[in-house]
Design a binder for this molecule. Structure first.
Ligand SMILES: C[S@@+](CC[C@H](N)C(=O)[O-])C[C@H]1O[C@@H](n2cnc3c(N)ncnc32)[C@H](O)[C@@H]1O
Length: 306
């Protein structure tokens, strides 16, 4: 608990001023660049790639020439990259700040190249390998974007209404929507809906875990259930490690309210031993009203249609 509380307190400290927030991001990105380069392409990113490609095939999401929007593209543009390698699409990379890490990105491109080179040969694989070689030969982000057909947009307000309405066949994000301020979500999803063309799709992976658990795995991945909104806001919530604690029933209502129709919701739950740990601790409002199933939901993997 000490580490959990320490990370929350430090995050609040960094959040208190603009220079503090900038310093946090700079230090965090230096550490992340180092660890991501050392670790190489993680299996979970390969799993994400495989799942995304399978969903696009199952629901016939993309056609040649289509436009894709990746929300919260972050450090390595992962979903955008996978789609651009395997489909003839152009992608808008959207984020609220510039978190790009060229070294980590190249490491992931090289890791994916090795993965594909070991896969059975096929037309699609050959094309992806050719594009990867061209991307890896580029000197900088601009060169890689030319190869992959990317356009990078940074909009600090987080609002999507400056993008082209009705233009996108697919919106995709991974571990992003939980970072959008709770009070802005209804408007954000309305704006996202307006960007899709009729029949377009939205594929989102939403992480419902307590993000402080990643710094202190001795705490439950749903430890935050213990804290009311007032306590959370006072002691834990901050700008540099913001996550919104929105749970599955609210997500479903938000997507429906914005006009999205649910196509698939393939969620992940807490493992049984974590449920036992959760049951042993008090749950604060508003989480005490959740059904057992919703309370156990750790990650949402959703497909919606406009
Ligand atoms: C945990 S990172 C995930 C990055 C990337 N998708 C990945 O999985 O490697 C969350 C990202 O969401 C971005 N973000 C936060 N608020 C956002 C918003 N309103 N719209 C789009 N992106 C946002 C952050 O800047 C950050 O890059």
């Amino acid at each position: 608990m000490l580490k959990y509380a320490g990370v929350a307190a430090a995050s609040k400290g960094f959040s208190a001023s603009a220079p503090g927030r900038r310093l946090y991001r700079r230090l965090g990105n230096v550490a992340l660049e180092r660890s991501r380069r050392a670790e190489g392409l993680p299996q979970r990113y390969l799993d994400r790639a495989e799942r995304l490609l399978a969903l696009c095939e199952t629901y016939d999401v993309l056609a040649p020439g289509d436009r894709v929007l990746e929300l919260g593209t972050g450090w390595v543009h992962w979903e955008a990259t996978v789609l651009a390698l395997h489909h003839d699409v152009s992608v808008t990379l959207f984020d609220v700040c510039d978190n790009r890490l060229l070294g980590a990105y190249r490491t992931y491109l090289a890791g994916y190249r090795a993965h594909l080179a070991a896969a059975p040969d096929g037309d699609g694989t050959r094309r992806a390998l050719d594009r990867l070689d061209a991307a890896l030969a580029a000197d900088d982000f601009a060169g890689i974007y030319r190869v992959l057909g990317f356009d990078h947009v940074i909009e600090p307000s987080g609002h999507l209404d400056g993008l082209d309405a009705g233009a996108y066949a697919l919106e995709v994000s991974a571990d992003v929507l939980e970072h959008v301020p709770a009070g802005m979500l209804a408007e954000y999803l309305d704006e996202a809906h307006a960007l899709l063309r009729p029949g377009g799709h939205a594929i989102h992976q939403i992480d419902l875990a307590d993000h402080y658990h990643y710094f202190d795995p001795s705490m439950s991945p749903k430890h935050y259930y213990r804290y009311s909104d007032t306590t959370w806001r006072r002691w834990f919530e901050n700008d540099v490690q913001y996550f919104n604690r929105v749970q599955r029933p609210e997500w479903r209502a938000l997507f429906a309210g914005a006009g999205f129709g649910m196509v698939e919701d393939d969620d992940r739950s807490l493992p049984p031993e974590e449920l036992t740990r959760l049951d042993a601790a008090p749950t604060a409002a508003p989480f005490d009203a959740l059904s057992d199933e919703d309370r156990a939901c750790l990650q949402m993997l959703t497909v919606h249609a406009a």
